[in-house]
Ligand binder design. Structure first.
Ligand SMILES: Cc1cc2nc3c(=O)[nH]c(=O)nc-3n(C[C@H](O)[C@H](O)[C@H](O)COP(=O)(O)OP(=O)(O)OC[C@H]3O[C@@H](n4cnc5c(N)ncnc54)[C@H](O)[C@@H]3O)c2cc1C
Length: 416
């Protein structure tokens, strides 16, 4: 009997899980709340074990032979071209430069840097032939039956699945519906707004990072479509992600007025931006990732936040391990147990941020800012660069990645 999975959320984690489950012969349905694929987002990196997962995904149909090209190669084709991370002062004088890593894991800028939206599109393209995608749909109810899970959708239809994998991102509503309030949100006291502006001659291929007083930072990054990707971050314990888009713009304009460096030009670009995405950073800590036939995956289970540098890598590795463990076990309960046993230590390491993150790199006082700039000059100097480079490299390869190749049906055909 073909086993069936419903995955909620056509983001990174959901699409990777769907790809692998389809390879293992499962019939997969992915539903997405949004009416179309969400292709917003800034530069994200794919590191360590996540690159290995993408290397195991051939970019064409799966025929059981070693592929000439893989999804990892395709991510490389879409590189943002970022050459490294550079901290600057208000006069644009470099304080420290950390060139891009040349290994799978090193440095603040990873070897594989891609726009989130392009990664989402790529994964969608690679799954769409084998997976049933439905947009503008959510789960209204789900009820456990002895031999399946009866799911009622927001359009009133219902269907039975073997398992439900919730990959809805940090604000998951199905998590709340199934798991109640068991997940803890650990606020980091930092809000980040991302958007893009027209590229100006002063924008180069570095990730330029400027710290302003009052716990603010402004960064610009290159992309592969000729624009500049801007991030405005500030320390605050308030929630801003529920404001309307226009209110968020006004709030950012107000907060960053007079911040210095290139901020005036970047704020002018904010006025006309149609791609602002704002989040109040908070980590999700769930005591368990499964309940009956339902499992949590990706940010919905363990959001580590963008400051961890691991959000997307965890989503990719998580999708792979969850699919593999489900395919490796006859009973979903054993699959969910294996998934959590293998992945939880990896996630916990990623959630352990370097001491003082994000406060230390967002000082509030002029004295704090001076101390940070001195520390950056020292960290960027040749003798300590090797050590400081290590500090900003997340623990991306700290997992013994299982090999599930033997679970792929011999003829290579998926269920659909
Ligand atoms: C539009 C967008 C822009 C982002 N930009 C950045 C960025 O610039 N930098 C960064 O570090 N991280 C960004 N992220 C977060 C980043 O994608 C994740 O941290 C990481 O990739 C883990 O992915 P995920 O698949 O768990 O969640 P996500 O990538 O967040 O995907 C979750 C998906 O689930 C969908 N969804 C939500 N609720 C439901 C529901 N009830 N039913 C069905 N579908 C639902 C969402 O619409 C989304 O498509 C962004 C996420 C999104 C959605």
């Amino acid at each position: 009997m073909t086993r069936t999975a419903l995955i909620t959320g056509a983001g990174i984690a959901g699409e990777v899980a769907a790809w692998w489950l389809a390879r293992f012969g499962w019939r997969c349905t992915v539903i997405e709340r949004s009416s179309e694929l969400r292709t917003q987002g800034q530069n994200i990196d794919v590191r360590g074990a996540a690159r290995e997962v993408l290397r195991r995904m051939p970019s064409g149909g799966f025929d059981g032979r070693t592929p000439a090209r893989t999804v990892d190669d395709e991510v490389g084709d879409r590189s943002t071209g970022e050459v490294g991370t550079r901290f600057v002062d208000g006069d644009d004088t470099p304080l420290a430069e950390f060139p891009a890593g040349e290994s799978d894991t090193d440095g603040a800028t990873a070897e594989r840097e891609i726009l989130r939206g392009q990664l989402a599109e790529l994964l969608f393209e690679r799954t769409r032939g084998d997976v049933d995608h439905r947009f503008g749909l959510t789960v209204l109810r789900c009820e456990e039956a002895p031999d399946g899970l009866d799911v009622t959708f927001s359009d009133g239809s219902s269907e039975r699945f073997d398992v439900l994998l919730v990959a809805e991102g940090v604000g998951s509503t199905t998590r709340r519906r199934v798991f109640g309030d068991t997940a803890e949100r650990r606020a980091l006291g930092l809000t980040m707004g991302y958007y893009s502006v027209a590229r100006a001659p002063e924008d180069d291929d570095w990730w330029n990072w400027y710290n302003a007083p009052d716990g603010r930072s402004v960064t610009t990054r290159p992309d592969n479509v000729g624009r500049t990707r801007v991030t405005l971050s500030f320390r605050s314990d308030d929630r801003h992600d529920e404001l309307s888009r226009d209110e968020q713009k006004l709030m950012l304009r107000d907060r960053f007025a007079g911040a210095g460096w290139r901020t005036e030009r970047l704020l002018a670009g904010l006025d006309v931006a149609d791609d602002l995405y704002l989040e109040d950073l908070g980590q999700i800590v769930s005591p368990t990732w499964s309940s009956g036939r339902v499992a949590l995956l990706g940010d919905a289970a363990w959001c580590a936040t963008p400051v961890s540098g691991m959000g997307t890598s965890l989503a990719i590795v998580g999708g792979y391990v969850l699919a593999g463990e489900l395919a490796a076990h006859v009973h979903h309960r054993d699959g969910f147990a294996g998934y959590e046993r293998i992945l939880r230590p990896y996630v916990e390491q990623a959630q352990k941020l370097p001491p003082g993150t994000p406060q230390v790199v967002h000082p509030r006082s002029a004295i704090g800012l001076g101390v940070l700039r001195t520390a950056l000059r020292v960290a960027g100097s040749a003798p300590v660069k090797a050590v400081s480079g290590g500090l900003i490299s997340p623990p991306a390869d700290k997992i013994d990645l299982p090999d599930y190749a033997h679970l792929i049906p011999v003829d290579g055909n998926s269920a659909r």
